[in-house]
Design a protein around this ligand. Structure first.
Ligand code: SRM
Ligand code: SF4
Length: 600
């Protein structure tokens, strides 16, 4: 099938008659994502139109406003403080020291003085004014990085294992992540012309051979991993590729799983988090062809009438895997071999000092909620700048929102530790496992969708739950916490051991039952718990885990084994009435994704 064909049965049965969303019409008429963006950026003012807002995403930026000041400004009849978030696309989270230093400078010249490591190994700037948007994006390109396709209805930043082991396996993953990233970029030159002043070339072929004129119905996410390192949390992606090697480190091929994704809307039962389902095994040279075929499947069958249900996961859930396999077989050029058995996925410890295998070392530095900044007590941003300048340390951003400093000579280790200590940076070894693996999305004040705080309450929530765990000496068991300000799941709140999901200001739904290694989906235990009562909810749960958990049983697995009703028996005795769960809350639904088949 040629790449550009839009299949006539693009919509699942029952919704074929609905109209495509306005974003679809916008994309279609945008002349390759141009619209009036260039004119609007030149016009001055602090805001952009709705059309420009939607097109800007494809170029890596979101218009936001400072939600902290919005109410006061409104009372004073003043305009909101509009700012832009800019996201850097950097496959596998890799940056040279020079690139990092370029981004660090930009945080001061145009940003809010911080760099924010994202859960997809990217870096975001917040607080950019409209007038500074074009120079900021140009400055990022000056470092040979891009923001193109960091957001929007296209394939997003490609993730892979962060650990900079200098062996054949990790080298291959990095190469394939870079190869996919390049191959899946849109062909429109709009970005280069709008932000980098590239002159249009007469007759240039900008045909979107993969995406077509309306691009994808929604974002599309890809991550690569090996079973022994799932730090990229592959099953949360639209497409997961898990590399299988033989004993000699020769790549046998990839197990492909599709249809993962976490966004959901409270009170809309037809939206739900889902783990990717095993699809097939492909030989090494068939990775790009299968990825393209799955992207086309999304392009042609995703629901373009409802953006909340437009992700590939709903195609897979609604139509079922047999239909998916049939449809793909008609498009993909070659046989679809069943997925091969593989060991269970595992998330290793990558913070602290590790040997790379080439005589050099890497140091994983914890970055709370991924926010690289200087505070009154910890000058992490200054420390990282100094390390990049003095030691030329290349960096890798991790899906756990931390940074790895790479290629360190053994003789430099002490000096590096001293720099970090002098800046008050807490070493990974001084943190509990629980604190090391706690994630939080940005939420307030920048995210327009936040219903509650996340990044700004991470520290007190981690401290209070950690002290509960300490009562039972559980703080160093492998247990993960993920906090998000709304149900979209940006910090992957539905696959760790514990998810706290913003419900209303100061209130969180509690999810449990996922697992540390990203192979399980959690279920909602409590619907709306005030932040101050989280401790009351978790105290009996941790006590039950300590006293009734099986040897080496993770907290998520323990919760899944006992089930929601039994867990509620522990909690309810301690609950305040306002924290009582809605009994109708959903359980884990097997239709919503299952872990990959694994062999022991
Ligand atoms: Fe996300 C929307 C931040 C990873 C699911 N996400 C947003 C926006 C852009 C809010 C908006 O649409 O206005 C957030 C910007 C906040 C801010 O102030 O910066 C935002 N998402 C983030 C980041 C920065 C969170 C973080 O703590 O690092 C992550 C950026 C990753 C990157 O570099 O590309 C981020 N977002 C994720 C993930 C995790 C992942 O991909 O591994 C998910 C869950 C997986 C998935 O895609 O389903 C995720 N973000 C969403 C959704 C739900 C989409 C859906 O299918 O319904 C939205 C809402 C939307 O797109 O409409 C969203
Ligand atoms: Fe915003 Fe919600 Fe994503 Fe948090 S989870 S960054 S609140 S969209």
């Amino acid at each position: 099938m040629p790449d550009q064909t839009i299949a006539p049965d693009a919509l699942p049965p029952g919704i074929a008659a609905k109209k495509p969303t306005g974003v679809e019409t916008l994309k279609q008429g945008s002349e390759g994502l141009r619209g009036r963006l260039a004119e609007e950026l030149a016009e001055g003012g602090v805001q952009v139109s709705e059309d420009a807002y939607n097109l800007l995403k494809f170029h890596g930026s979101y218009e936001q406003f400072d939600r902290d000041t919005a109410t006061v400004l409104k009372q004073q009849r003043l305009e909101k403080d509009y700012r832009f978030m800019v996201r850097v696309r950097m496959p596998g989270g890799m940056l040279t020291a020079a690139q990092y230093l370029g981004l660090d400078r930009l945080a001061d010249t145009h940003g809010n003085g911080t760099l924010r490591i994202t859960t997809r190994q990217g870096i975001q700037f917040h607080g950019i004014l409209k007038a500074a948007l074009k120079p900021s994006i140009a400055a990022i390109n000056d470092t040979l990085l891009t923001t193109l396709s960091a957001c929007g209805d296209v394939v997003r930043n490609i993730m892979t294992t962060a650990a900079p082991h200098r062996d054949a396996r990790h080298r291959r993953l990095r190469q394939d992540a870079l190869m996919l990233s390049d191959a899946l970029l849109p062909r429109s030159r709009a970005y280069h012309q709008i932000f980098l002043d590239e002159e249009p070339v007469a007759g240039a072929d900008e045909t979107e051979t993969l995406y077509g004129p309306t691009y994808l119905p929604r974002k599309f996410k890809i991550a690569l991993a090996i079973p022994e390192d799932n730090s990229a949390d592959v099953l949360a992606n639209d497409l997961a590729a898990i590399a299988l090697f033989d004993a000699d480190d020769t790549l046998l091929g990839y197990n492909i799983a599709i249809g993962g994704g976490f966004g959901m809307t409270h009170n809309r039962a037809d939206t739900f988090p889902r783990l990717a389902s095993p699809l097939c095994f492909v030989a090494p040279d068939r990775l790009l062809p299968i990825v393209r075929a799955v992207v086309r499947l999304h392009r042609d069958h995703g629901d373009r009438t409802d953006r909340r249900r437009a992700r590939l996961k709903y195609v897979v859930a609604d139509r079922g895997l047999p239909w998916v396999l049939d449809t793909l077989s008609a498009d993909y050029d070659g046989p679809l071999e069943p997925p091969r058995p593989m060991p269970p996925l595992h998330i290793p410890e990558i913070l602290g000092w590790h040997t790379q295998g080439d005589g050099l070392w890497w140091l994983g530095v914890p970055v709370p909620a991924g926010r690289i900044q200087d505070t009154a007590t910890v000058t992490l941003r200054t420390a990282l700048r100094e390390l990049a300048e003095r030691f030329g340390a290349d960096m890798v951003m991790t899906a756990q929102q931390d940074v790895l400093l790479c290629d360190i000579r053994p003789e430099d280790r002490d000096a590096i530790d001293m720099v970090l200590a002098a800046h008050g940076v807490v070493a990974a070894s001084a943190l509990s496992t629980f604190a090391r693996f706690a994630l939080a999305c940005p939420a307030l004040p920048t995210c327009g969708l936040a219903l509650a705080e996340a990044e700004r309450v991470r520290e007190p929530i981690v401290a209070s739950l950690e002290s509960l765990l300490r009562r039972h000496d559980l703080q160093d068991r492998r247990i993960s916490l993920r906090i998000t300000g709304c149900p979209n799941g940006c910090a992957r709140s539905y696959s760790g051991d514990i998810g706290l999901v913003g419900r209303t200001p100061g209130h969180y739904a509690i999810y449990v039952g996922g697992d540390f290694d990203g192979q399980g989906l959690s279920f909602r235990l409590l619907e709306r718990v005030p932040q101050a009562k989280l401790v009351d909810a978790f105290a009996p749960l941790f006590e039950a885990w300590a006293t009734r958990g099986l040897p080496d049983e993770g907290f998520g697995a323990f919760c899944t084994r006992l089930g929601r009703d039994a867990l509620l028996e522990f909690v309810e005795g301690e609950e305040s009435p306002e924290a009582l769960p809605h009994r109708s809350a959903s359980r884990l639904d097997p239709a919503k994704g299952s872990p990959l088949e694994t062999s022991p």
